[in-house]
Every structure is written in C-alpha cells, then in structure tokens.
Design a protein around this ligand. Structure first.
Ligand code: HEC
Length: 225
C-alpha cells in the first residue's frame, strides 16, 4: 500500500522536504552573504535587529508555511527594491542560502537553486504547521450563525492567500474540521447562511485561534459541505 502523506498542495507520495534538511551549502551561503553586502545591506540586515531585519520573527512571520521556492521567487522578482530582477539567478539563490543560514537553518551537501527549492517547506523547528497571527489567509467552510456571531464550520486549515489555486476548486474540495470565528464582518451574510464560502482575511492569534479579521466572504456553493 502506498502511503499518501500530503495535503493541501495536492502532492502525494513523496515525503515533504523542509528547510531543516540541508538545502544549501556553506560555501554558497558565504557567497550569498558577500552579495547581500553589495546589494541588500543598504536597506536590510541579516540579523534579527536593526533596519528591516530578515532573520528571526520577521522571517518566520512572512515565510513560514511557504516554500524556499516562494522566498527565492519573491526576492528575485522584487528585490533590491527599486532594481528588481537586476541580479543573476545564481546570485539570488546564493542570497537566499545566506538568509536561510542567518535563520539558523542547517547547511547540507548540495546547493540551493531554482529547480531544487520548489517544494522545500519553510517550517519552524518545532514542526508547528499553524500560520502566524496576521498572516493573510483563505479558508473554505460552511457559513454558520452562532448567536450574534458568524463562524465557518467544517473549515479547512488556513492557507496563505497568495498561494495560487485552481479555479473552481473551492466548490468541491474536501473540507476540514475547524470552527473559526469571523470578526469585523462588514457585509450582510444572512442570505448565505448554510452555504459553502471562501473567506479571505488576517488570522487573529496564532493559527487563527481567535478568528479571522475578514476581508472578503464569497459564496462558492449553495449547499455545504
Ligand atoms: C532600497 C532598499 C532595499 C534594498 C536595496 C533591498 N530591499 Fe528588500 N525590502 C525593502 C523594502 C522597502 C521592503 C518592504 C517592501 C514590501 O514589503 O513590499 C523589503 C522587503 C524585503 C523582503 C520581505 C520581508 C518581509 O518580511 O516580508 C525580503 C525577503 C527582502 N526585502 C530581501 C531583500 C534582498 C535579498 C535584497 C538584496 C537582493 C533586498 N531586499 C534589497 C527595501 C530594500
């Protein structure tokens, strides 16, 4: 029997690699840190303090539950601010290696590159897979009124909203077992009670323990689940 280990991304079969598996080399991180000094250090530090730091809380808050590929893509397409995509691909990969090292992630035997990082998950050491507070997420579930409050029940685990998604998927995808409170809802939802909805918003508390600060609610199917 083949064990299906995966999950939200729909990748089945292969064990998920993470940034704890040694996905860059020390030599690469050294090159990356020199390149960082030339191209990034005017605005950022690789430490946890100072001007726009890229290590520590900031790193985990922005990038946990994304992939090293997402990080490489973000940096390649947006940085240096004002001159995006101005460095070559190998240099961007080196800089990301330096960022991983600065965040306490271990080096390994092979270098990080665009083809190797795509599926490498960024997860904290304790393996916590909850997204941090204030992450912009989407959740699909059943719109339910509980007293004066709206909640989504049978909800999927929150996913980063910027993650691409196949069109129409939300109407049919399997739901989860969470109940999440919807906070600061500005639109009237009454006519959608009991429908399957897609909620976008910011997590309140780690993992959305205290709910979602709602940006949008969209009905994706009339009946739920
Ligand atoms: C001229 C100043 C400047 C330079 C140079 C620069 N950045 Fe940035 N960087 C910014 C600003 C401003 C932001 C915040 C912009 C935003 O979030 O949209 C940012 C955001 C980031 C982020 C996201 C941080 C987060 O918490 O989401 C990363 C990662 C990053 N920069 C990496 C780099 C790297 C790597 C380089 C060098 C290749 C670089 N930056 C060069 C100004 C700069």
């Amino acid at each position: 029997m083949v064990a299906l280990l995966c999950c939200a991304t729909g990748v089945a079969g292969a064990q998920t690699r993470t940034v704890w598996d040694g996905v860059y080399t020390d030599a690469q991180a050294d090159r990356g840190s020199a390149a960082f000094g030339r191209s990034c250090a005017g605005c950022h530090t690789l430490g946890t303090q100072g001007r726009s730091p890229l290590a520590g809380d900031v790193f985990w808050k922005s990038f946990s539950q994304k992939t090293a590929g997402d990080l490489l893509e973000f940096v390649s397409l947006n940085m240096p601010n004002g001159a995006p995509a101005s460095l070559n691909a190998a240099t961007y990969a080196d800089i990301v290696a330096a960022m991983l090292k600065a965040n306490g992630l271990p080096a390994g035997a092979s270098e990080l590159g665009a083809t190797t990082v795509a599926g490498v998950q960024i997860v904290p050491k304790d393996g916590n897979t909850e997204l941090p507070a204030n992450a912009l997420v989407r959740v699909v579930g059943c719109l339910t009124r509980t007293g004066a409050e709206w909640t989504v029940t049978q909800a999927t685990a929150p996913e980063r909203a910027e993650r691409a998604q196949a069109a129409g998927q939300n109407a049919t995808r399997p739901l989860g077992s969470r109940t999440m409170a919807l906070k600061f809802v500005l639109t009237r939802l009454d006519t959608w009670a009991g429908a399957r909805v897609l909620v976008n918003g910011l997590l309140i508390g780690n993992g959305g323990a205290d709910g979602i600060n709602v940006t949008t609610v969209n009905r994706v199917a009339e009946k739920c689940p």
